[in-house]
Design a protein around this ligand. Structure first.
Ligand code: HEM
Length: 140
């Protein structure tokens, strides 16, 4: 369930960029960034093939299995909630709400199969097909 959220926020991040301003002169990979410089960190890097490989545009939640960074080649390449001291304060709340809502949605629907019995088409719902105990097991 967590992987699906991570992958959804990778492909469809809620924000286009993060902003920072240098508080002092800093050097990054030999380049000087002067005090006061405003920086936009482009979240389009979630779609950068150089960081994610050639399946970058495919919906593959399993890329987050055993890897917080989803297999991204750079630790800062996946930033749906930002980073550092200004990281989103709602991150944990959002994750919890998402899991609750996603768990509740299937409880509002029923599903079944259509099959031929004695030459007649019949709908069989989950309870008939699986028995009431199995049909009502929570999906987590
Ligand atoms: C899917 C849901 C959400 C996403 C993707 C998201 C994403 C973000 C991002 C990218 C930032 C900027 C972080 C940075 O600059 O490093 C941010 C900041 C923030 N978010 Fe969220 N957010 C979400 C939900 C929420 C919720 C539910 C709340 C409040 C209950 C919240 C409260 C905040 C606040 C207060 C900040 C500013 C933090 C600061 O500047 O110190 N967010 N969020």
């Amino acid at each position: 369930m967590g992987w699906v959220m991570d992958e959804t926020l990778r492909l469809y991040p809620s924000i286009p960029n993060l902003q920072r301003q240098a508080r002092e002169d800093i050097r990054v990979d030999g380049a000087l960034i002067s005090k006061g410089t405003k920086m936009w960190i482009d979240v389009a890097m979630h779609h950068d093939q150089a960081l994610w490989g050639n399946i970058v545009n495919e919906f593959r939640p399993e890329r987050f299995k055993d890897d917080l960074y989803g297999g991204c080649k750079h630790k800062m390449g996946y930033l749906p909630f930002g980073f550092g001291g200004r990281i989103c304060v709602g991150k944990s709340l959002t994750t919890m709400e998402y899991k609750i809502v996603l768990t509740l949605i299937p409880t509002r629907y029923s599903s079944g199969v259509r099959t031929k019995i004695n030459g007649h088409l019949r709908n069989i719902n989950n309870e008939e097909a699986l028995g009431p105990e199995k049909a009502s097991s929570p999906i987590m």
